[in-house]
Design a protein around this ligand. Structure first.
Ligand code: 5GP
Ligand code: ZN
Length: 132
């Protein structure tokens, strides 16, 4: 059984932030910033490719509930919402989860430091490739 399934089954402890019929949210052991929270479905799905839309709707409702709770409790007004799906995307626990990472002034938290600036032609070709 995966580590998040064990957390859901209360076989290993976690610091719970929010729970409903479909999802659980708990503090990430490693706090990228203060309040960094993970939201997981109670059913095991490895990643976004494996997860039905209906489940994603439940998860997104919980992401919203968590952001509101962090706002009320910690005064959070800026967040990154992040999902890593697949090893190459940096996924280390293969039970779908969304990170809610509060952002603060000068927090030095860099989530995606490398980016490219393709030309409009390159963007158009890419757009055509994806749509056709
Ligand atoms: P990923 O890189 O797969 O998107 O993120 C996995 C996250 O799970 C990491 O940020 C890591 O700190 C967190 N994590 C791994 N094991 C545990 C655990 O046992 N408990 C909690 N609360 N977080 C965990
Ligand atoms: Zn699992």
């Amino acid at each position: 059984m995966c580590i998040f399934c064990k957390i859901i089954n209360n076989e290993i402890p976690s610091y719970k932030i929010y729970e409903d019929e479909y999802t659980l949210a708990f503090l990430d052991l490693s706090q990228a910033t203060k309040g960094h929270t993970l939201i997981v479905p109670k059913k095991h799905f490895a990643n976004i490719f494996e997860t039905p839309c209906e489940e994603l709707h439940h998860i997104m409702n919980s992401v919203k509930a968590v952001t509101e709770k962090l706002k009320k409790s910690l005064g959070v007004e800026n967040v990154n919402i992040l999902n890593n799906s697949g090893t190459l995307a940096g996924q280390t626990v293969h039970h779908l989860h969304f990170h809610v990472i509060p952002r603060y002034e000068n927090d030095n938290c860099e989530l995606c430091p490398s980016a490219t600036n393709p030309s409009f032609d390159e963007l158009k070709n890419l757009c055509d490739l994806i749509n056709n």
